[in-house]
Ligand binder design. Structure first.
Ligand code: PXP
Length: 260
């Protein structure tokens, strides 16, 4: 299983002080040494963490392939395409959200993505779309000619957290999932089944399947076990663990869990 390490949160920490430390670029060679296969960064419209200069320096200096996430926003997309990363992952984006909520709607954005897809083919940049595990979205992805899909594991991760992380009765309790354990368990199985079925269909259609969002050292194994998911993109939990055990160790441990 390939591991893409999302290093946005290093820039989040830097932005907390608006200085130049820590520098996300410093993470790239450490990630490579620890066994990561890719670096993922998200150039948000509001540039709240990764800035243009970070992205450019990372693309120009990285020994690992760069997967750049961005919204269907013409200005950001032009910036990202000019940097010539290995892959662009289109994600939905709302300014007020804390992190990416829900997958991209390929139906409502079909024409825009079709145009982007053609543009990237000319430039030899791979295109991925971050979508919910939904059969219809996967068929749409196929007809858009993308090479990759990234399945949103956020719902699975939220249910897992409510079941096993004592979130109940804390202010991080997810209200719509404040349910009895047996109901949460059924939901967890259903979310895994959706991920499995979506992966199967995407694989049959010839799409490469990545997954990510909310994955951590506890919940990742169920996703690793889904046949034909070939890459995970993980950020928050790796950077969180780095605070206590160091970035390189955190990546090594996650890479270990990604083994089948
Ligand atoms: N994949 C995509 C498309 C994302 O938007 C994010 C969050 O930036 C991730 C993976 C990583 O999510 P997390 O930080 O929860 O591991």
């Amino acid at each position: 299983m390939l591991l893409g390490v999302n290093i946005d949160h290093i820039a989040v920490l830097r932005e907390a002080r608006k200085i130049n430390d820590p520098d996300p670029l410093d993470a790239v060679s450490l990630a490579k040494r620890a066994g990561a296969n890719q670096i993922t960064i998200h150039l948000r419209e509001d540039r709240r963490h990764i800035h243009d200069m970070d992205a450019l320096r990372i693309v120009q200096n990285s020994a690992l392939p760069i997967n750049m996430e961005c919204a269907i926003d013409p200005e950001t997309l032009n910036t990202v395409i000019d940097m010539n990363p290995h892959r662009i992952t289109l994600v939905p984006e709302k300014r007020e959200e804390v992190t990416t909520e829900g997958g991209l709607d390929l139906i409502n954005n079909f024409e825009a993505i079709d145009e982007i897809s053609k543009r990237l083919q000319e430039k030899n940049i791979e295109l991925s779309v971050f979508i919910d595990p939904n059969m219809f979205q996967i068929k749409m992805a196929k007809s858009l000619g993308v090479q990759w899909i990234e399945l949103h594991t956020g719902s699975y991760a939220n249910i897992y957290a409510m079941l096993f992380s004592n979130l109940k009765n804390t202010h991080h309790c997810i209200k719509e999932l404040d349910l009895p354990r047996d109901e949460l368990y059924v939901k967890l199985q259903k979310s895994l089944q959706e991920l499995e079925e979506s992966t199967k269909l995407a694989h049959e259609l010839g799409l490469k399947v990545a997954a990510g969002h909310g994955l951590n050292y506890q919940n990742v194994k169920n996703i690793v076990n889904i046949e034909n998911i070939i890459e995970l993109n993980i950020g928050q939990s790796i950077i969180a663990r780095s605070v206590f055990s160091g970035f390189e160790n955190a990546v090594i441990e996650m890479k270990q869990l990604c083994k089948r």
